[in-house]
Structure formats: C-alpha cells, structure tokens
Design a protein around this ligand. Structure first.
Ligand SMILES: Cc1ncc(COP(=O)(O)O)c(C=O)c1O
Length: 388
C-alpha cells in the first residue's frame, strides 16, 4: 500500500519509551526520566526575548529559503571560526533544526544502490534517511575499547568505490564519544582516495568537557571542506530544541541544491526564530559555558554512580550528554533491561539497540536532567542490577 521508501520507517526509540512512561505517569506512577536527549535548561532569556520582539515587530513572514542573508553571514563567520576554516554565506543553508541538514544532503548525494557508511550504534535518523534515499546502509561498529570511535580496520574493509557518503557524529549520540583527530585524518584520507562525501553531524560539537574547546572537525583537515557537509544547529548549544533552528554547511554548488530542497519542502525557517538565532550567536556566551560546566559536573557524578554498580561499567565520555554503560554481564538484551527498569523501578532509559544492533548490551542514560533526578534514578538502577 505504501512505498518502500516509507514502509521501513520506525519511530525513534526515545518516543516509544516516553509514550509508555507518560502512560505510567497518568496512572499515578512516578517516573524518573533519563531517556529524552534534550537540554533541561530554558532557552537563554536574551535569546527568547529576541524571538518575541521579532514577533511583536511583525517579523513573521517568509524568508528566502536558505535563510536571512544577515543570519547566514553570522553563521558562516561563527561556524568557520570554531573550526578554523573559511566558510562563506553562500555555503550556509538554514533549516528548521539540524535534521534537514542530515536528510537533504543524503537526498542530494545518494542515488539508489549507493553505499553509505554510518556509525552503529548511531542516531536512528541516519539509517532512516539512507533507506529513504534508496541507498545501501553500511554500518560500521563503534568500539567501546576505542572510546566509541570507529574500528578503523573494519572501516577500511567497508569503504570502496561504491561508497558515496560517510556519516560521522562527533560527539556521538548515544555514546558521548569524540572522534580523535588522528582517526578523522585516517577517515579523511580514505574519503579522498575513494572520492566519498562526508556528512559530519556536529550538533554536539560545543558540548565537550575537560577543557576541550570544541570537538575536532573533519572539515578542518586540508582539502576536506570541499567534500564535507556539516550539520549543526541551536538545539543543544542554546537549549532551543522546540524553536527548530539549525543549518547545513556545504560547498556552494551543493548548497544551491540543498536550498532547492528547502524551497520545495519546508519553504523556509520561521523568521522570528532566525532573529533569536542571530541573538544567540552575537549575544553573550556565558550561558553555553555555564551549561557545559553543569553537564560536566553531572557527567562525573553519573559515571561514578554507574561504576559503583557491580558488573556494570561505563567510560567517561568527552562530549554530548549521554553515558553508555556496558551491561553485558547480565546476559539480558538491552530491550529487556530497558523495559524492566521502567516497569520495576520507574526509571526511563533507552536500550542501546534503539541505535543499531551493535548497541546490544548497552543502555543510554541522558544526564540533561537535574542532579537530584540523576542521583535518585541511579539509586534505583543500582538496586535493580544488584537484584538481577
Ligand atoms: C546526533 C543528533 N543529530 C541531530 C539531532 C537533531 O537535532 P535538531 O533538534 O537540531 O534537529 C539530534 C537530536 O537529538 C541528535 O542527537
């Protein structure tokens, strides 16, 4: 009845768990939420105010599909400075969130039968959009022993002349892992050798810890900007998930095609949201620094609490706001652990397999929530695993 393009699509695991958790809450159970990957902070006041002022001033119209030129200029300067490269405004296409920056480049580059390498475990949208484009998904496992970076030998065995696109996500959802510069250099050399494009999902690039300024970007490596699309946005760095504001950066000829995909799909991004985005870039950045410091405090506490559980262990991830503990010792599937934690302890987490088969034996804990919730949830999780 429906096309192949859509019959394989599945909901994100987070929404299915959230729906069950909300149902349990409606029946009076208290649920501690560690499942949804969105900041618990409010959008900074000055940014929200800029959006509201724009509405009050009647700035509520269509904008050019690729975004307001002033905004594209600001994004180009900011995104370029943070990666040490020159990005011009014609390379920037604004979209409602960073997700269009994943979908549209895939539609523009991947023809039926083309192979696309992507991380497993990885953000479920990658697999979905590869299939929608008719591409062949080629998962490459992220290895815990490599700080959840690609196993480069496996990567080398999967890349070939058929590889059209390589998707990277650093820092990663669901592992929090940051791809080291040396690994990026290896991947870059292979992309050049096989003439493949890179789609770098860098939505978490500013959420990095232990004194790191920004996660290394493959776009910064010599000769790579011309074959890289960067997907980034405002959802995570400025706590703006519901505003729907992001952008893609691509070589200008590709950016023109991406703009046309925006023209014929979403049309444009809300004008007042773009004004809020301009304030986010040009206004004070203390909020980002303070938020990152708070995430780091939570991460440290959460990792300590996880590692205090017998037979469970987790690395201390360098980025994003997820911890990805290894729970293989119990011999249960991730899905079973996720379902039992919710039903028996009222703690909502995600199964590693919501991010691909290589996520089995792991669960994802999101620490974009208060320290109090983290500590109470971990008490229950500890009790649960001791009981198993
Ligand atoms: C890895 C990754 N990429 C992209 C997105 C989408 O973000 P946006 O709200 O900017 O569309 C998310 C959201 O959770 C994510 O985790």
């Amino acid at each position: 009845m429906f096309t192949d393009r859509v019959t394989h699509l599945e909901a994100e695991g987070a929404y299915a768990v959230l729906a069950r958790a909300l149902e349990m809450e409606r029946s009076g159970r208290e649920i501690l939420h560690l499942e949804l990957g969105q900041p618990d902070f409010c959008t900074p006041e000055h940014v929200a105010r800029a959006g509201m002022d724009a509405i009050a001033e009647g700035l509520t119209r269509y904008t050019p599909p690729a975004g307001l030129m002033k905004f594209r200029e600001l994004i180009a300067a900011d995104a370029g400075a943070r990666r040490g490269v020159t990005i011009t405004p014609d390379m920037v296409v604004v979209g409602p969130g960073s997700k269009p920056g994943l979908f549209f480049p895939t539609l523009a580059l991947v023809a039926p039968g083309d192979e696309v390498i992507y991380p497993d475990p990885g953000f479920p949208t990658y697999h979905a959009m590869i299939r929608v484009a008719g591409g062949v998904p080629i998962p490459v496992t992220l290895r815990e022993e490599n700080q959840f970076s690609f196993d480069l030998d496996v990567f080398d065995s999967k890349i070939s002349d058929k590889t059209k696109l390589i998707i990277l996500n650093s820092p990663s959802n669901p592992t929090g892992g940051v791809i080291p510069l040396d690994d990026l250099k290896h991947i870059a050399a292979q992309a050049q050798k096989y003439n493949a494009w890179i789609l770098a999902d860098e939505i978490y690039s500013r959420l990095v810890y232990d004194g790191m300024e920004s996660a290394p970007s493959i776009a910064s490596i010599d000769g790579m900007l011309e074959r890289t699309i960067i997907a980034d946005g405002f959802s995570k760095a400025y706590a703006m998930t519901g505003w729907r504001l992001g952008y893609m950066v691509a070589p200008s000829a590709l950016a023109e095609r991406l703009e046309l995909l925006v023209t014929h799909s979403t049309g444009s991004t809300a004008m007042f949201t773009q004004y809020a985005g301009m304030e986010a870039i040009t206004g004070p950045q203390d909020f980002v620094r303070e938020m990152v410091a708070e995430y780091q405090r939570r991460r440290d506490r959460l990792v300590d609490l996880v590692n205090a559980i017998p037979r469970v262990h987790a690395q201390k991830p360098q980025g994003a706001f997820y911890v990805f503990p290894n729970v293989k010792a119990f011999g249960l599937s991730s899905k079973e652990i996720q379902a039992r934690l919710l039903e028996e302890e009222g703690v909502a987490v995600l199964a590693g397999t919501d991010f691909g088969p290589a996520g089995d034996g792991y669960i994802r804990l999101c620490y974009a929530t208060s320290m109090e919730v983290i500590e109470r949830a971990m008490e229950k999780i500890h009790r649960f695993f001791e009981r198993l």
